[in-house]
Design a protein around this ligand. Structure first.
Ligand code: SF4
Length: 216
C-alpha cells in the first residue's frame, strides 16, 4: 500500500468511515460476502465499478433479497419504488466520484437517488472505489467530475451533453469553476452535489479501496 492510500485510510477512519483495502478487484466479492448476511436486503446505484468487480452478479446470486432496478420490463413507477425501498435496505452499494486525502467523499448525481442513500436510510453503505478516484482536496474533486467522471459517464450512457462531445464541462470554457455551474442539457448528469464529511454513525459507510483503476 503506498503512502497516499495509507493517508486516505487514516483520514477516512478519523471521519468514522470504515476503510478496507484490497490489492486486486478479484478480492472484492469475497470481502463483500463476508460483510453481508444471508437474507440481507441489498440495493445498488448505477456504477461501472460495481460491474467491473463482479458485485452486481454477486448480489443476484440468490443469497440476498436484491432490489434490482435493471430487471427488464420495469416501468418508471417500478424503478421509483425500488429507489425508495433501497433507502430501507440493509446494505446499499455504489462507488464514489472522488475521495480526498482528508477523507471526504464527493458525489454528483442526476437523479439524486444515490446521494440520498449515501446520506441517510440504508443501515450500511458499501462503496467500491478504485485508487484512481483519490484526489488531494475538494477543488480537485470538483475538477475530477467536470473533466473525467461526467464526460465518461455521459459517453457510457449516450447522454447528449457538451462534455460528452468536448471531453470537459462547458463551465470550464466559460471560466465558471464553481461546483454547480454546467450545461443546460435535459440529459445533464450533474444536478445534485453531496460532500460527505465526518459521520455521526460510526462505520455505517464502508469503503473498499481497490489498488486498481475502476469506473470513471
Ligand atoms: S454540467 Fe453538463 S457539461 Fe458539465 S459536466 Fe455535467 S453533464 Fe457535462
Amino acid at each position: 500500500m503506498d503512502n497516499k492510500v495509507e493517508r486516505v485510510m487514516l483520514s477516512l477512519q478519523k471521519n468514522n468511515i470504515k476503510p478496507y483495502y484490497v490489492e486486486t478487484k478479484e478480492e472484492v466479492v469475497p470481502l463483500v460476502n463476508y460483510l453481508l448476511n444471508e437474507g440481507d436486503t441489498v440495493s445498488a446505484g448505477g456504477s461501472v465499478s460495481l460491474s467491473e468487480t463482479g458485485i452486481i452478479e454477486h448480489l443476484k446470486c440468490g443469497r440476498y433479497n436484491f432490489l434490482n432496478r435493471n430487471v427488464p420490463g420495469l416501468t418508471d413507477e417500478d424503478i421509483r419504488n425500488i429507489y425508495i425501498s433501497a433507502l430501507n435496505s440493509d446494505a446499499y452499494f455504489c462507488s464514489c466520484n472522488a475521495v480526498t486525502e482528508n477523507g471526504e467523499l464527493y458525489n454528483v448525481d442526476g437523479n439524486a437517488n444515490r446521494i440520498c442513500a449515501i446520506s441517510f436510510g440504508p443501515k450500511s453503505v458499501i462503496m467500491i472505489v478504485g485508487v484512481n478516484k483519490i484526489v488531494c482536496d475538494m477543488n480537485e474533486a470538483i475538477k475530477r467530475v467536470k473533466t473525467i467522471a461526467a464526460p465518461k459517464i455521459c459517453k457510457h450512457r449516450g447522454n447528449h451533453t457538451y462534455c460528452r462531445k468536448i471531453g470537459h464541462c462547458i463551465s470550464i470554457d466559460k471560466g465558471q469553476i464553481d461546483m454547480a455551474s454546467g450545461c443546460d442539457s435535459p440529459e445533464r448528469v450533474c444536478c445534485s452535489y453531496l460532500i460527505t464529511g465526518q459521520q455521526r454513525v460510526k462505520d455505517r459507510i464502508k469503503i473498499i479501496l481497490v489498488n486498481d483503476n475502476l469506473g470513471f
